[in-house]
Design a protein around this ligand. Structure first.
Ligand code: GLV
Ligand code: MN
Ligand code: MN
Length: 413
């Protein structure tokens, strides 16, 4: 039996159902934010499955969780596949989790089929990919790749002021795994990440496999405005320094400045905070987040300048500043990995198309370390970052089959 034939659709689907219970929401989605008790539960479940199959597990200092199936040459550089198990606050069951479970299914399929590979094949659940609780996202892979410093990330606080170091310590206590210290960016041979598309193209074009060519660039910011608290009933408009009014002026100008006739530039304000948050006090402070994306870095750069100008021009009589949280340049995946994914999809007679990724993925950081690529499968109506996110068992299994074939080829090079 080949590895791909040993992929079991029922097992892969059941594992999604089991994981969906951890942080499961009444609307059928998940709230399993990074380094929460639900995240720890998912880590424990994955580790228990790995142990039952005799695979070794370990974690690194930022909480990335690895599962390893040995090859015939233990010293050969490993081939790695995975994604993330943390979710958005109103997330779906497949975003990230599919990539982890597909990688794990690949290890199990190789085991069941008795396939020996030259290189070790590893699965990974990267820590804090979503960045909804602790910014920036794709944090575990960024630390692994040496892009972000571990100490800086440990100091990051969530929206309630909890330090990531504390949340990570709690998670490691609740989901213990052998820890590997030091620079975790040990050499890799190659990396392949499987994910639902999170957009409508595959479904619209009736294709099963997306051969991912790259990832668009993205930048995140926080805008802070500061005015003066005042009585809502007595303070004349001319005497107000309303921090929320300043934030809305700035936001409105930004929406206008980022409007794009071909809808390529993506601009989102996803979180707004107003202080002190009392109905009858004029707000003294406000802040909002910005997520901006485009396939070309020069376009992001030009629009960043516009955002800065708007903050400077529209704040009065308040004061305002904009902080850049992260900037990730567009990623081009490795030509050989792209070609290999397409060739394996063709061999398995799975309809496919080349496409870029609009969403960010851990692969964008790992692509700086080694040849990397991605495999997409369709999701219903292209809906993602939503509790109703859905995909079919058959498509999920198809993506895992392509993954197995790709991994075997890479692991025997
Ligand atoms: C990942 O979830 C992203 O925001 O692209
Ligand atoms: Mn994801
Ligand atoms: Mn996501």
């Amino acid at each position: 039996m080949s590895g791909a034939n040993a992929v079991r659709e029922d097992r892969l689907w059941q594992r999604h159902a089991d994981m969906a219970k951890l942080g499961g929401t009444p609307k059928g989605g998940v709230n399993r934010q990074a380094l929460s008790p639900e995240d720890a539960a998912a880590r424990n479940l994955l580790a228990s499955w790995a142990k039952a199959r005799g695979f070794s597990i370990f974690t690194d200092m930022i909480g990335n969780l690895f599962v390893r199936r040995e090859g015939s040459e233990p010293a050969a550089l490993p081939v790695l596949s995975g994604s993330h198990m943390d979710s958005q606050p109103t997330g779906g069951r497949f975003d990230g989790m599919y990539g982890v479970l597909a990688a794990f299914e690949a290890l199990e399929a190789l085991e069941d089929a008795g396939v020996t590979t030259r290189r070790p094949v590893m699965a990974v659940a990267w820590s804090n990919e979503e960045g909804s609780r602790f910014q920036p996202g794709a944090m575990g892979s960024a630390v692994f790749a040496g892009r972000n410093k571990l100490e800086d990330m440990l100091a990051v606080k969530d929206w309630d002021g909890m330090a990531l170091s504390d949340a990570l310590a709690d998670t490691m206590k609740a989901a213990p795994a052998p820890m590997r210290e030091g620079n975790p960016g040990f050499p890799l041979d190659s990396y392949v990440e499987v994910h639902i598309e999170q957009g409508p193209r595959l479904e619209n074009e009736r294709k099963i496999i997306g051969v991912v060519t790259g990832i668009q660039g993205s930048r995140r910011y926080i805008v802070h405005t500061e005015g003066e608290e005042a009585h809502a009933g007595t303070t004349p408009r001319a005497n107000r320094k309303d921090a929320f009014a300043a934030a809305t002026r700035i936001a409105a100008a930004m929406y206008e400045a980022t409007a794009d006739a071909d809808d390529t530039l993506r601009f989102t304000i996803g979180r707004v905070e107003v202080h002190p948050g009392s109905p009858n006090t004029v707000p003294g402070k406000a802040s909002f987040t910005i997520d901006m994306r485009h396939p070309q870095d020069v376009v992001l750069e030009a629009h960043e300048k516009k955002l800065l100008d708007i903050v400077a021009a529209r704040a009065a009589p308040c004061i305002a500043r904009i902080d850049r949280v992260t900037a990730v340049a567009p990623t081009d995946f490795d030509r050989r990995v792209i070609d290999l994914v397409r060739a394996k999809a063709d061999t398995l007679k799975l309809s496919n198309m080349d496409m870029p990724s609009g969403a960010g993925h851990d692969a964008m950081h790992i692509a700086k370390l080694c040849p990397a690529g991605m495999i997409f499968v369709p999701c219903e109506r292209g809906v993602s970052h939503n509790e109703s996110e859905n995909a079919t068992p058959a498509d999920l299994a198809a993506g895992a089959r392509v993954l197995v074939e790709v991994l075997v080829e890479l692991a025997n090079r």
